[in-house]
Design a protein around this ligand. Structure first.
Ligand code: GRF
Length: 191
């Protein structure tokens, strides 16, 4: 059984979907811990309701090898899943978890990725550019923002009449449908 830590910074709808997915079925993995760098985030209430440990770890501690590695070792974590996590992953974690840190980005990378391209900024840019489709990208994390090896993409049409909120809702549906399932696939292929 592989042990997953989710890193989140905000609302936590993806965190909740992933936690539920692995709780509700016999699977190769379980979510043991959620790490959140922000104090006032919706993800706390979700984890409390679902009975999953959540730790508030401020940015300085996430970037501290002495603070962060013992937390993850304490929970015997095998994989880190970034779900709406707004910070860069420090090098020591990339070294300690090679090809074991996965992120989801709400666009079809390499389009609309990189610094500043997060949340509603992505969907606003997609609509402003008149794109005919958008989607999700699940990828391994490396030292460059949104540039790690792509594992999976799924797309959805963007209509002329769609607002950024409409696109966001379509993207959330894609995330819900695919992210937990793709994580399970990744974990299963790792013996
Ligand atoms: C999602 O759209 C995800 O793709 C992006 O940030 C958003 C987080 O939403 N990285 P939530 O916190 O999971 O609700």
């Amino acid at each position: 059984m592989k042990r997953i830590a989710i890193f989140a910074s905000g609302n936590g709808s993806n965190a909740e979907n992933i936690i539920r997915y692995f709780k509700e079925k016999e699977s190769a993995a379980e979510v043991c811990l959620v790490v959140c760098n922000r104090k006032e985030a919706g993800v706390y209430e979700r984890c409390q309701r679902l009975g999953v440990d959540i730790l508030h770890v401020p940015k300085a501690e996430i970037n501290s090898i002495e603070k962060m590695l013992p937390i993850l070792e304490n929970y015997s974590i095998d994989y880190i899943v970034l779900a709406g996590f707004m910070l860069m992953i420090p090098e020591f974690l990339l070294e300690r978890f090679p090809r074991r840190i996965v992120n989801i980005h709400p666009s079809l990378l390499p389009k609309y990725g990189g610094k500043g391209m997060h949340g509603h900024h992505v969907h606003e840019a997609v609509v402003a550019a008149g794109e005919k489709e958008s989607g999700i990208t699940i990828h391994y994390v490396n030292e460059f923002c949104d540039e790690g090896e792509i594992i999976f993409q799924a797309s959805v049409p963007v209509l002329k009449s769609d607002t950024p909120e409409d696109v966001e809702n379509k993207i959330h549906d894609l995330e819900k449908k695919h992210f937990p399932r793709v994580i399970e696939e990744i974990v299963k292929t790792d013996k």
